[in-house]
Ligand binder design. Structure first.
Ligand code: XMP
Ligand code: MG
Length: 182
């Protein structure tokens, strides 16, 4: 992975720091949900690593589902709508739903997504994010469970990509600007 690692400016969160935080979050969720059944929604693709680690720490019965929505590059976030590229397969009406997202940035994608999911009348709808970039927020949205608050820098690894690459890195690192600024 040397070719990937040389594009990383610095490691922001080590794999040990992430592992400790993720199990802490799972425990916090366990205290919140007790023994309720929860539909855990993994937002593809960036959240898969976080999702896979998180669910193994959960103490309540969980159902898995996956969604893919457009964000950066797809340019379709406007007027509170979000383009759903892959929808849920589970009917969430009257279910407890927890959205699992890698990073909360401007909040545009997630606030639009939450609106759409609310219309399906779940019993409850909560949001969890591994990373939060509060400086960039333009929508009044707050995650119910947050891993780390991070500065406004472009990060990759642990599922997060630049141009679909770097997802496999086991840590979260700041990408060198030279990689995306020409
Ligand atoms: P919004 O702005 O709608 O966007 O909250 C959230 C989505 O933007 C992507 N994003 C990033 N992806 N490193 C990434 O790899 C970053 O630093 C970063 N900041 C935002 C991500 O897809 C997220 O779901
Ligand atoms: Mg991405």
């Amino acid at each position: 992975m040397k070719h990937l690692e040389q594009d990383v400016e610095r490691i922001l969160l080590t794999k040990e720091e992430i592992a400790a935080k993720v199990s802490e979050m799972a425990q916090e969720m366990g205290e919140f949900y007790q023994d309720k059944e929860v539909v855990m929604v993994c937002i593809l693709k960036g959240s898969i690593t976080f999702f896979a680690d998180l669910v193994r720490g959960l103490s309540f019965p969980a159902i898995f589902d996956f969604m893919c929505v457009s964000s950066y590059g797809c340019g379709s976030v406007s007027g509170g709508s979000v383009r759903i590229l892959k929808d849920l397969t589970v009917d969430i009406t009257d279910k407890h739903v927890l959205i699992v997202e890698d990073i909360l940035d401007t909040g545009n994608t997630l606030s639009a997504l939450l609106e759409q999911l609310k219309a399906r009348r779940p019993a409850s709808l909560k949001l969890c994010c591994l990373l939060d970039k509060p400086d960039r927020r333009t929508k009044p949205i707050k995650a119910d469970f947050v891993g780390f608050s991070i500065p406004d820098e472009f990060v990759v690894g642990y599922g997060l990509d630049y141009d679909e690459k770097y997802r496999q890195l086991p840590y979260v690192g700041v990408l060198k600007r030279s990689v995306y600024e020409h």
